[in-house]
Ligand binder design. Sequence first.
Ligand code: ATP
Ligand code: MG
Length: 410
Amino acid sequence: MALIEGIRVQNFRALKDITIGRLSNLQNREALTPFTVVIGKNGSGKSTLFDAFGFISDCLNSGVENACDSKQRGGYDRLRTMETTDPIGFEIYYREGPQDRPITYELWISLDKSGRPFVESEILKQRRKGQKHGRPYPFLRLNKGIGKVWKGEEALEADNTTEDAASESVELTDLRQLGIATLGTLKEHPRIKRFRDFLKGWYLSYFYPDAARSLPTAGPQRHLNMHGDNIGNVVQFMEREHKSRFEGILKNIALRIPGIKKIDTHETEDKRVLLRFNDGAFNDPFYAQQMSDGTLKLFAYMLLMEDPNPPPFICIEEPENGLYHKLLDSIAKEFRSHATGARNTPQIFVTTHQPYFVDALEPKEVWILEKQDDGCSKIMRASDISLVKNLADEGLPLGGLWYSDYMDAR
Ligand SMILES: Nc1ncnc2c1ncn2[C@@H]1O[C@H](COP(=O)(O)OP(=O)(O)OP(=O)(O)O)[C@@H](O)[C@H]1O
Ligand SMILES: [Mg+2]
């Protein structure tokens, strides 16, 4: 399974410089767990970290200028940490599989003379085959769109030019697009292609119940989209292709929400798909339009988790909103049971405010964000706070420790 072992974010709003997990130059740190949860007070930077993933994804899909200027972000100047002139930067330390050599991707985004954001530099690097230690070498190195790329599966930058025959000079025509977006479409760069595909596959959940109440055109669809407005189409797909898996979801839902006996779809005459919920008490079903927010949300998460081909990386912000507090512990466990690190399972990243959700977690899965006096946020792993770790080892639930103010990242 692909795993982001660590990420560093620099000069992105309140995240002036934070690192979670392991990086190529921070090898003594423990890698991120397949299930990672970030907690923190209001204004501590949770949504900012969630949006850092969204921003990287948007940079790949629509270019850095559009990513900066999207409605909720309001342009580069608002995105860059106040009072700094340094560029916005990200470093992703990632492993395609447990046996694969990790890859580091570095991305820096600056403003050009006319005030437009552009890709200042991009690097993809890896250790040489057979090397367990030492520094990684680039197989993509771009500075202001000009640089070199190394073809195939093994070639890396060499210390002398005669060995460096596998390199090729590149010059990009559009500095608003990521180099990996362009080069990742070429057959001769399989490593870049796989990394780009991995980024393309990230799923950021912006689910809202009203989206699930819309009436999409009928037709099965494999994956739930970000807002969840194709939920009926996904149910059609599951009913057709994965009947027993879908029945498992229904059983699971029935355990958690009283009175949900059956969920199915109905196609209207004008070929729209209606999602029907039968509660056993009445003969006629309810439609999604009549169902409660929490039911729709829980159902959407279940569908997302039971996707036979799940996204490699799933980010969910505050999944607790709208859910009954006694469900939170089991939702957290459900997420964890899917983010196991096994092949074809997702890595799941969640932000939350809810101690009941955190109660189900282990200290190394939890990160605490805290705003410092200088206005910038600091992040700390709960397992690095020895008192918290000791108390958790003795069986005290983490959410309770958080509630009682034991989790202080300062
Ligand atoms: N350009 C910037 N430079 C420095 N700080 C910024 C910048 N833009 C926003 N901030 C600060 O970042 C803070 C973090 O906001 P964020 O929305 O990430 O917090 P949060 O943890 O999600 O809070 P909540 O729990 O209320 O949702 C904001 O309150 C704001 O003070
Ligand atoms: Mg927030």
